[in-house]
Design a protein. Structure first.
Lengths: 497, 314
């Protein structure tokens, strides 16, 4: 049936039967309904790593000492200002005055001490405890001053303190934040219907409340891509900032009711190789695999063209990026020759793939590419819990495909032989120590470039593409970050035009 | 009859016990680490160890099983590893959604199937019969998942008559019922296809019997004979299938909940298995097992009501 006939029929029916109801209507223009694919099981970013906790709550409900702008710049948040000593070991933070939690209690330096002590304690279950590892002591000379002493220099400290893992919480509410979060941010927690939706409301007493346009925010958890697409088309939701299906984007791009954003994230997607396991401990094999990969084909097939290729382990939007995508141009003959030289021509190699569309689709294409280079490539799709245990924890794999979403995660390559890469090069460990201690941004960028070249030269992994940030928004919704250098999505600047 | 009920109750308990052992064993053999799932890829070893201790994962598996069973018997299902709240409440807040969906799905299934099945039987080898057989063939072949997407595209996206998913809660009954219509239809269309065929053949069988002809000959109307004389005697196989279908309606509801993003038990069980949340998975599987066993039990009781001849054999 042609489109207009159905619409007309529908119109007639609605008028005649009067059952129009409120189904498709959005909230008033001071509210927004946001779709999310992943629902967390806890609402406390300091005890659970689920990305959507940060996505919904970090810097919306919770605040940290610092925050990070869309361009990656560190900005003041709960700390209005700070000074760093000449030796780079002492940080003095001045807290914003008169900050209150959503329950009305005051936030001062005692809360900062509590939050840090909790994250650094022996029995701490903070998901990124490494942020706090360089810290020697935290003291509070007065209610609005916090002094952090470091054991060793840490160029990433201010950036890391912006993360949800370093949220400042009150001792009284820390234990119940997993179900009823209390923070100091521009939005306060309203309700959570597990399995369905989470609601926030504007916190009128926030120091920046005058600049916050939204009165209410409602997150809806829609895991199925087809359902996500339908709920947007039915105008049940206003925004899907992390849209899960690149193949469904064209229909939104063609529809004037929607605006599509294609930005970047910190997620490097790699074909990880188990560097400690033969034959992947042989650099000729790793290079052969790199030559066998055709990134353009992988991006077209797995991401419907919506991704930027990478040649090393650093995001293309970062200030220190060097384009190394040409280091191993797609060359089947060269790959075959190197495989033969290493004595593995025709060998069986298995890609154990976690259950994410980008990974399973990439795996199928890479399987074909490796087969073309004379390898008996197999794909084994595994479930996420299995992947974490077998691939990540036990290093029981040949190759896998995974997106590393954390910022500044080149440090992964310095995590030693027990990390699932099985990569342990003293040269790189030294380089990473220098990077993490280099206070001068220009000098650090040079070192980061050196790091990228090193990883590419060693062909540690097959570097595939940067995970894009695909967003679908109802026309008129403005202020969502176009790219995400961090895991959180601040909503304070989101508004309807 | 009393002995029959007693025997079934013992069987019920033994079944649940067996299920609990199997689930516990599978969840322990399955690769996976709840602490790692919660704390993610950047977690340090000591944070993982602290969380494992907090969740009580360091005790040997048999000790954990026995303490779980002892607590469960006393009505304490434990605390969810990933949600950090009591499992009892977690299931309680979702149960209503799944029950509402399963019951409405079952009611619509039975109503549709009886009308279509009896209708087909009374129009045997005529157009109505072929139509029903054709439609039910399509219904059987159609995955509920795919049908759901089609229904959403037509009624929510194109026509905008009904919401594409989500559940607003019972505070607004009209909105709640509107939200249930598409999931119920998606669930019932597929299920009723099977049942309609059983109803048809069962009714056809009975219609061949002499007493039906006698009833018609003594002047009862066609419809009266069909619904008052044929249907009661054709019910036994229908009830058997309904009982078996109840289990598949409940599992079907789990799939449907994911397509229509309804906050029921289906999404909870998916999430809990992915998170290796043993206490929650354990409780949910036990509950589903209990529902299925209970449904079969009710079917057996219904037999006795439908067919008095079976009473003596129980």
């Amino acid at each position: 049936m042609p489109h207009d006939t159905i619409s007309r029929l529908a119109g007639a029916f609605i008028i005649a039967a009067g059952i129009a109801g409120s189904g498709g209507a959005a909230l008033a223009k001071s509210g927004i309904v946001i779709g999310l694919q992943q629902e967390p099981t806890s609402l406390d970013p300091t005890t659970d790593a689920t990305a959507s906790i940060d996505g919904m709550l970090t810097h919306n409900v919770y605040e940290s000492l610092t925050t990070v702008a869309e361009n990656g710049e560190v900005l003041p948040d709960l700390a209005e200002s700070w000074t760093v000593s000449a030796d780079g070991l002492t940080y003095v933070f001045k807290l914003a005055p008169d900050v209150t939690y959503h329950d009305g209690s005051a936030l001062d330096s005692a809360d900062v001490l509590f939050s840090f002590a909790r994250a650094m304690a022996d029995d701490s279950v903070n998901p990124t405890k490494s942020i706090f590892a360089p810290i020697e002591s935290v003291t509070a000379p007065d209610p609005l001053t916090v002094e952090i002493m470091l054991k060793k220099k840490d160029a990433f400290l201010l950036f890391n303190l912006a993360q949800g893992d370093a949220s400042i919480v009150a001792e009284e509410t820390a234990a119940t934040n997993n179900t009823a979060p209390v923070g100091s941010g521009p939005f306060k927690f309203d309700s959570w219907t597990r399995g369905d939706r989470l609601k926030l409301a504007k916190y009128a007493a926030h120091r920046d409340a005058a600049n916050v346009a939204l009165e209410t925010v409602e997150f809806r958890f829609i895991s199925d891509p087809a359902a996500a697409s339908a709920s947007l088309l039915a105008e049940e939701i206003d925004a899907f900032p992390g849209f899960p299906a690149p193949e469904l984007l064209p229909q939104f791009q063609a529809d004037p009711r929607f605006r599509v954003n294609i930005g970047s994230t910190e997620g490097e997607v790699i074909l990880a190789m188990n560097n400690s396991k033969p034959p992947f401990d042989d650099i000729r094999v790793r290079r052969a695999i790199s030559y066998a990969l055709n990134r353009a084909e992988i991006i077209d097939g797995a991401m419907y063209g919506q991704a930027v290729p990478i040649g090393s382990f650093y995001p293309p939007h970062g200030p220190a990026y060097v384009d190394l995508t040409g280091a191993y141009p797609h060359d089947v003959e060269k790959a075959k020759a190197l495989f033969a030289e290493a004595g593995v021509a025709g060998a069986t190699m298995t890609i154990r793939t976690p259950p994410f569309p980008y990974a399973t689709r990439s795996a199928e294409i890479i399987q074909a590419e490796l087969t073309a280079a004379g390898i008996d490539a197999k794909v084994e799709n595994v479930e996420w819990g299995f992947w974490l245990d077998e691939v990540y924890k036990k290093q029981n794999y040949d190759m896998t495909i995974i997106a590393h979403t954390a910022p500044n995660d080149m440090s992964n390559f310095a995590r030693g032989p027990k990390y699932f890469y099985g990569f342990d090069e003293p040269d790189f460990n030294d380089l990473w120590t220098r990077i993490s201690e280099e206070a001068d941004p220009a000098a650090r960028e040079e070192l980061l470039k050196e790091g990228q070249r090193y990883l590419t030269d060693q062909a540690v992994h097959g570097f595939l593409f940067q995970m894009p940030l695909l967003g679908v928004f109802k026309t008129g919704v403005e202020g969502f970050p176009a790219s995400q250098p961090v895991l959180f999505t601040p909503l304070a600047g989101v508004h309807w035009k | 009859m009393a002995f029959f009920i007693f025997r079934r109750c013992v069987g019920f308990v033994l079944t649940l016990l067996a299920v609990s052992v199997v689930v516990f064993a599978v969840m322990n053999i399955l690769p996976g680490d709840p602490a790692l799932t919660i704390l993610g890829l950047d977690a340090s070893e000591d944070a993982l160890a602290a969380l494992r201790a907090q969740l009580g994962l360091n005790d040997p598996a048999p000790v954990r099983y026995v303490s779980w069973i002892v607590n469960a018997v006393q009505g304490d299902l434990g605390r969810s590893h990933s949600f950090g709240v009591p499992v009892f409440g977690l299931i309680g807040e979702r149960l209503g959604m799944t029950v509402a969906l399963a019951v409405s799905g079952m009611v619509v299934t039975v109503a549709l199937a009886l009308v279509m099945g009896i209708g087909a039987a009374s129009n045997h080898r005529r157009f109505g019969d072929w139509g029903v057989m054709f439609l039910s063939q399509i219904g059987i072949a159609m995955p509920a998942f795919w049908l759901s997407i089609l229904l959403v595209l037509l009624f929510a996206v194109k026509l905008r008559w009904l919401p594409p998913g989500g559940f607003p809660g019972w505070d607004d009954p009209v909105a709640a019922i509107r939200a249930l219509i598409l999931p119920t239809v998606a669930l019932a269309l597929v299920q009723s296809a099977v049942l309609a065929r059983v109803t048809r053949s069962s009714a056809l069988e009975v219609m061949r019997l002499d007493y039906v002809r006698t009833a018609r000959a003594s002047g009862f109307s066609r419809q009266r004979v069909l619904w008052r004389h044929v249907l009661p005697n054709a019910l036994a196989p229908i009830v058997t299938i309904v009982g078996m279908q109840f289990a598949s309606v409940v599992t079907g509801a789990i799939v449907i909940e994911n397509v229509f993003y309804l906050p029921g038990l289906g999404r909870l069980i998916f999430q809990s298995i992915a998170n290796r949340d043993l206490p929650t998975v354990q409780a949910l599987v036990m509950m589903f097992a209990a529902i299925v066993v209970a449904a079969n039990f009710i079917v057996d009781i219904l037999y006795a009501l439908i067919d008095p001849r079976l009473k003596g054999r129980m």
